[in-house]
Design a protein around this ligand. Sequence first.
Ligand SMILES: *Cc1c(COP(=O)(O)O)cnc(C)c1O
Length: 438
Amino acid sequence: MTEYPTVASAALFERGQRVTPGGVNSPVRAFGAVGGTPRFMVSGSGPYVVDADGNEYVDLVGSWGPAILGHAHQTVIDTVLDTALRGLSFGAPSPGEVALAEEIVSRVAAVEQVRLVSSGTEATMSAIRLARGFTGRHKIIKFAGCYHGHGDSLLASAGSGVATFGLPDSPGVTPAIAGDTIVLPYNDLAAVTETFEAIGDQIACIITEAIPANMGVVPPLPGFNAGLAALCRAHGSLLIFDEVMTGFRVSPAGWFGLEAATEGWAPDLLTFGKVMGGGLPAAAFGGRADVMGLLAPHGPVYQAGTLSGNPVAVAAGLTTLQLCDAEVYRHIDETAGIVGKLASDALTAQGVEHQLQRGGNLFSIFFTAEPVTNFDQAKAQDAFRYPPFFHAMLDAGVSLPPSVYESWFVSAAHDEGALDRIVVALPEAARAAAAATP
Ligand SMILES: *Cc1c(COP(=O)(O)O)cnc(C)c1O
């Protein structure tokens, strides 16, 4: 029996379905993979969100990453309000854009120049166009299970919602576009090497999630990312590190800061989003100055946006990044470790086979006996155990991502009180996972 009524959310979902496909504006939100009524959220504060029926949940979605400081952080909200009072958008450059670009460039050594956009999808789409423009080549390599937003050339074997709903490659993408995308298994450097040996002179770029977190969290094997960089260098291709999810979350300089920077190599281009908008629509792509210099108005590769560098979004993002100091990262790393271990211990206590996989402070659970290193293994897990686990948590006031293929997110605001509620919720959820049948 749940203490959590869903009357108001159910009514909103019904109204929504009449006027919006599936009732939602991004597919995973519809609860398709877990069933039940998606909760319509009306407010958030710190580690908690409150739905339309007034139920409060500990939030482990965090808007899929942006809520790194917790919801409605007072300083961020004050900055947003101050900025909004002076006007919402000018269609002309504004000072905050320069300051946010400077913040990104100073954090990520591989970024010499950066262009602001409004979504991660725009960032990856634009980075691909730029790589093609720079190299004069058409083909790109992506990896199965990696999600790079919903740009046409990147929807093949994608993670996130595409994986959640088990969709084949999307209708509406022409064969010509799909034909220029080569999809390879993740963590298989031999497959990448073979492809380069065969048609290296046609490959504009490799795009990869710096650490994949849209098929669950699947860390790169040691040497994999560095190997991609070396192959690109040898064949005149560019390496695009998609850090839309990991950027400014797993370290001050994202996964780049944890891996490439310490090993002494760099991707050519990087993409960012999520955290850098602080909850408003802001994203970016950047990297080598000689490559970025090809963008309009400097160069011939066109890219633009009416709301790119929007003053309010930029203010939210910049303030969020400025508040993300060493203590914030320390707290998030520690809290991620605690929550992951709590979940894993609860499942172990009920005899549920699983893997807790971590990359920096991103983590997820796979219901399988062996570590997962690629998308095929991720899809082979006992995914049927997740919906009952998810709903038992929700019924106890903990909101998890509504798909087994998504990472869990903690924030600087997740404190003892939030952890206590997770501790209380887990045993029943683990029992539900153990009792699940295919
Ligand atoms: C979320 C995400 C995107 C897409 O960003 P949107 O802002 O949703 O368009 C791209 N790449 C990665 C790795 C992501 O996690």
